[in-house]
Each structure stands twice: as structure tokens, then as C-alpha cells.
Design a protein around this ligand. Structure first.
Ligand code: ZN
Length: 488
């Protein structure tokens, strides 16, 4: 296998337990492994490539990686969500609203977008609002094929649930449960995870119970067991919104979501917890928040912070320092469109400062660490999220020569403040080039054609809202235009 050296104005290496900036640095890799990051490599070489005025860094790790055509954007200016199809009407007969080909297309499209944004490791998330029930193992075998063909490193598992929220005709909110169906979903997910070896090194298993209010105690308990038996990550959306707080409080004798996870053995270093915005349960107090933080920290769980989607919903978590002091590992997710990790780092820094009314509450480097080292730790991987000898050759190249990037005074801060995912010009995963000059190189995909198809598919998908939506209003009433709209 060829030994390849890349050079650039900045190489983000890894030294003494943290990232290290090498100006006019060198990165050497062979096959799927990094051999060297730093200055003055003197070993043998087969190829050298200079990336110029660029940053070579570890690929980003996205643990709530948007993997369908994003439906949450529809609710951005259309609220409350329960009136706008974010919860189905109780009289909706659940059905698949995408064909399986369309579901596959959504994943291929979304994985492609993630790669173009410099994201090299993903744990996919899709909405199951519009599904007959949840996700299936069949569809995830196809997802594994899609991920492997594109070259993205993926942690995969079909989402499962024992129940979901509905809106009653009188506008009250409720849950519908089918516990057996949830347990069957878990069984299928375990079998799926056990069958993944065939896909090679870049595809691994994950358990994905959908959201905590939709899991019965038995499903939580069996998920905890399976997570330990398979020794794989488990991801559970929790502490996310008011509906969840109300339902968990009502169904579980006043427990908070964190107490509920503790009760059934889920709190563990393998647990990935997207959002964690509402600690302390329904009747939260500062003491209850501290109690929940302590429970999470003692177990060494992983928070998956998703700044853009959180901020769009006027929420954010309780602060970088507070979580770190409690012993909670911090990682990042995109969770919405655009799946842009750089914009998420920027937004996260801003929201952390606003939330705590303190300009020192978080730095660009804090969020860069979350997108790289924090994600790797959450997955139990000390060979990802860093560039040093022995680590996986998962690499992204950020272009500082774009006229839109402004003045560079520090490569990390400048990238986070002035850059975005469109400035990523190269992505290498497991030693293989997957994106070069902003094009996919491992597979032949016409990105423009894909863009048009996604638009058509999304427009058709939108027409399924009236049947799901409370009181079934016409589409134009569910999602009115921002201003009065005329058509010729
Ligand atoms: Zn999420």
C-alpha cells in the first residue's frame, strides 16, 4: 500500500492528549492508518500532495446525523408542532408515506450531504413520524450497502419504539402503545447488529430506541441488556421537549427522564443522549437539575448536542462547563438541514454564551473538540477524531483560499466563525478518497440530478401532511407561505 504525504498551511495533529496545530504541517498515511502528523517526516514515501492554504484535520463525527429529507424545517415558522403534523392525529391510520426506493434515495442523498460537509463518521437519525411504525432491519441492510458504497463510516441500527404520541380530536395529547411491537423491533435490531461483519471495518452496529417517552420500562431494560451484550452504542432521545416531560412524569410516577433511564439500567458510557435540554423532570428545580447531572456524570454518559436544531426550537442545554464538571462527555450532532458541522460549532458557541450570559462560557476549540474527540470517546474509539500515528485515516480538508473566508488569525476560530461546510474540499475515510474538489469520487453520482429528485420527492412527501395533521386542514393552511403568495 502506498505511503502518502499531505501537506498544508495547517495540520491539526494530536499530541499530549489533545489537538495540536502544526503550521506548514505534514500528514502521512498508509492504507487506513495514519503514520505521522507533525513536522519533519523522514520515512519512505510514494506520493506527496500539497493542499496549499488549507487546514487538514480529522473528519467530523456526527452522532445525530440527519439521514432523510428534513421534515423539522417545515415547523420552523409553523407552530405549535402538534397542530402542524409533528404529532399525528389519533385517527390517522399509520402507513408508509415513502416507498422503499424513496427511503433508500433519502439515505443516499443525506449520506452524500454529510460527506460533502466533511463528516466522516455518522450515527444516522430519521424522523419516524411518517412511517407505518418504526424503521426495519431490511431497510438498514440496504442502508449499510449505501453507506459502504459511498465510503462513509457508519454506526447503524433501525429505530424501534413501543409507542408514540398522538393528538386527540379535542386537542389533548396522548400516547399509543404496542409493547410487543417494540420488543420485536429490539429483537430485529439486535439481529441486525450481529450480522454487520460482512460490511467490513467501516460499518458498525448501534441500538436506536426512538425516544424515551415511546419506550416502555421493559423495552428500556432489554435495550440496556442488549447494549452491554453487544457492547455497542445505544442512542436515546431524551430531555428533549415539554411533551416528553409531561408523558414521562405521568406514565412513570413523577420520575424525570434521567431517573427513568437510571431505574432501568441504561446509564452507561455507551449511551448517546441527544439533546438533554430539560433536566430535572416536569417540576424541575436547580437541585433536581444537579441530581440528574450527577446521575449522568457518574455513569459517564455522552451528551449529543445539536446546536442548530436546538436553537431553532428556542432551546439549549445547560452549559458546557457544567456538563464537563459533572463528568459528562460532550459530542455533536447535526440532526437537521444543513448537516453542517462547522455551522453547528459556530451556533453552539454562540448559544452557550447567550445561555449563560458569559462570553467565556465556550470557545470555538471547545466545540471543535466535541465534533472530533468527544464523538470518538462517545463511540469508545481512540482511533477516530484525531490525527496521530495509529489513528484511522479519516481526514477532512478545509479551504482557506475561498474569498468568502475572510482573514485568518487562528485556523480553528477562523474556520468556525467564517467558514461552513461548503468550504470542505476533500474528505478521506479509512484511507480512501471519498470527496475531492467538492465532488464524490468513490461513486458516480450526479449531485445536481440528486438535488432535483430530492426536491420532487419532498414536495410529494409534503402532500401527506393533511392526512396526518390534527383536524386535517389543507396543505396551504398547515404550511402557509411567509408572505402572501401569487402564482401566474
Ligand atoms: Zn435529534
Amino acid at each position: 500500500m502506498k505511503i502518502i504525504k499531505m501537506t498544508a498551511r495547517y495540520v491539526i495533529g494530536f499530541k499530549d492528549g489533545g489537538h495540536h496545530i502544526y503550521e506548514n504541517g505534514e500528514l502521512v498515511y498508509q492504507g487506513d492508518r495514519i503514520l505521522f502528523a507533525g513536522h519533519g517526516y523522514e520515512g519512505p514515501l510514494d506520493e506527496t500532495q500539497d493542499m496549499g492554504n488549507a487546514l487538514i484535520g480529522p473528519g467530523f463525527i456526527d452522532l445525530d446525523a440527519l439521514s432523510d429529507l428534513d421534515s423539522t424545517v417545515l415547523a420552523f415558522d409553523n407552530q405549535p408542532g402538534w397542530k402542524k403534523g409533528r404529532l399525528p392525529a389519533s385517527d390517522w391510520q399509520r402507513r408508509e408515506t415513502y416507498s422503499s426506493d424513496e427511503l433508500d434515495f433519502n439515505k443516499r442523498y443525506a449520506f452524500t450531504q454529510l460527506l460533502l460537509n466533511g463528516i466522516t463518521t455518522i450515527a444516522p437519525i430519521t424522523s419516524i413520524l411518517y412511517r407505518e411504525w418504526a424503521e426495519t432491519a431490511d431497510e438498514f441492510h440496504r442502508a449499510a450497502d449505501i453507506a459502504a458504497s459511498l465510503g462513509v463510516r457508519a454506526y447503524l441500527g433501525p429505530a424501534y419504539m413501543s409507542g408514540y404520541g398522538v393528538v386527540n380530536p379535542d386537542g389533548s395529547l396522548d400516547m399509543r402503545f404496542d409493547e410487543q411491537r417494540g420488543l420485536k423491533g429490539l429483537e430485529e435490531a439486535v439481529r441486525f447488529a450481529e450480522q454487520l461483519d460482512q460490511y467490513g471495518d467501516t460499518i458498525s452496529g448501534m441500538l436506536a430506541p426512538d425516544r424515551i417517552e415511546g419506550c416502555t420500562p421493559e423495552l428500556l431494560r432489554q435495550t440496556a441488556d442488549a447494549m452491554r451484550t453487544l457492547d455497542c452504542p445505544a442512542r436515546l432521545h431524551s430531555c428533549q421537549g415539554q411533551f416528553e416531560l409531561d408523558m414521562v412524569h405521568e406514565l412513570h410516577n413523577g420520575l424525570s427522564s434521567v431517573q427513568l433511564m437510571a431505574e432501568y439500567g441504561l446509564l452507561d458510557r455507551r449511551l448517546l443522549l441527544p439533546h438533554l435540554q430539560y433536566l430535572g423532570g416536569k417540576h424541575s428545580t436547580p437541585e433536581k437539575v444537579q441530581r440528574d447531572l450527577a446521575l449522568l456524570g457518574q455513569a459517564g454518559v455522552n451528551a449529543v448536542i445539536c446546536p442548530i436544531v436546538a436553537g431553532r426550537h428556542s432551546k439549549f442545554f445547560h452549559g458546557v462547563r457544567q456538563f464537563q464538571q459533572a463528568g459528562i462527555n460532550l459530542s455533536l450532532g447535526t440532526d437537521t438541514f444543513p448537516p453542517d458541522m462547522i455551522q453547528n460549532m459556530h451556533m453552539g458557541t454562540i448559544l452557550s454564551r447567550v445561555e449563560s450570559n458569559d462570553i467565556t462560557a465556550a470557545s470555538a476549540a471547545d466545540y471543535y473538540n466535541m465534533a472530533t474527540l468527544g464523538g470518538a470517546r462517545a463511540l469508545g474509539r481512540d482511533d477516530l477524531g484525531r490525527l496521530c500515528a495509529g489513528a484511522k485515516a479519516d481526514i477532512m480538508v478545509f479551504d482557506f483560499d475561498s474569498i468568502y473566508t475572510g482573514q485568518n488569525f487562528d485556523p480553528i476560530t477562523t474556520m468556525v466563525l467564517n467558514g461552513n461546510g461548503r468550504d470542505i474540499k476533500g474528505v478521506i475515510i479509512n484511507g480512501e478518497k471519498v470527496v475531492w474538489d467538492r465532488q464524490l469520487v468513490k461513486v458516480n453520482i450526479d449531485l445536481q440530478a440528486m438535488h432535483h429528485q430530492a426536491q420532487q420527492q419532498f414536495e410529494r412527501f409534503m402532500t401527506s401532511y393533511p392526512e396526518r395533521c390534527y383536524q386535517h386542514p389543507p396543505l396551504q393552511e398547515i404550511f402557509p407561505p411567509s408572505f402572501p403568495l401569487s402564482r401566474p
